[in-house]
Design a protein around this ligand. Structure first.
Ligand code: AMP
Length: 215
């Protein structure tokens, strides 16, 4: 089963993707994570990508489609979770073609809905474990006092993303509404869209996602 988690920054896509990886052996393909890796590579491409990401703009379609194409050639596990991809209509068209080319289908698109004020509050409070990507929140899931990640056990690896500041976030939200939100109609018209309330407790959101995937 191959699925897309669709939603604005801070909607909880990564958190839900981690759970699906742990429970269903699915493979998370987060273009944001891939681009952050490329940024660390020290290449010219990495440097350009870093500037775009710091502003909260979108990286070009060609770059992200190329990253996804490479991953589709690898291990398919229990299916792919596309997290943060596609983000534009050309990316959505490209994904359809790439999946068809390797004999795969897209089985569900889950839109995670979260009120905008809640998104901004969440992102300002967010940190992630550099070891495993587990997401923490100053208010709802603070970093443990002993500094040890409850998921992977690494110590003091917590990081705040450079683009989780108010200015870049406003830009990321604007990019979402201008370029990504049309995908809601696109997948609705393809009869693939389910919507879950992303604002509830993590357990409730997990249950809603499982329900959208047929249990
Ligand atoms: P994310 O971790 O999904 O919030 O992505 C972080 C940043 O990476 C975004 O603000 C964009 O600059 C870039 N990015 C991630 N995925 C994409 C994509 N599918 N298309 C274009 N840019 C992307």
């Amino acid at each position: 089963m191959n699925i897309i988690l669709l939603g604005p920054p801070g909607a909880g896509k990564g958190t839900q993707a981690h759970h699906l990886v742990a429970t269903r052996n699915m493979i998370q393909l987060s273009t944001g994570d891939m681009l952050r890796e490329a940024k660390e590579s020290g290449t010219e491409m990495g440097r350009k990508v870093a500037e775009v990401m710091a502003r909260g703009d979108l990286v070009t379609d060609d770059i992200v489609i190329g990253l996804i194409r490479e991953k589709l050639e690898g291990d398919k596990g229990g299916g792919f979770i596309f997290d943060g991809f596609p983000r534009t209509l050309p990316q959505a068209d490209a994904l359809g073609k790439l999946l068809a080319d390797c004999g795969e289908t897209l089985d569900a698109v889950i839109e995670m809905q979260v009120d905008d004020d809640a998104l901004v509050d969440r992102i300002k409070a967010r940190s992630t474990c550099g070891g495993c990507g587990a997401v923490y929140n100053d208010n709802t899931k603070p970093i443990p006092v002993d500094g040890i990640c409850t998921t992977c056990g690494k110590k003091n690896e917590f990081i705040r993303r450079a683009d989780d500041n108010e200015e870049a976030l406003r830009n990321r939200l604007m990019e979402y509404y201008k370029k990504t939100s049309p995908l809601i109609g696109y997948y609705y018209a393809k009869d693939m869209l389910s919507t879950v309330d992303g604002l509830g407790e993590i357990e409730d959101v997990r249950a809603a996602v499982a329900n959208a995937l047929g249990g």
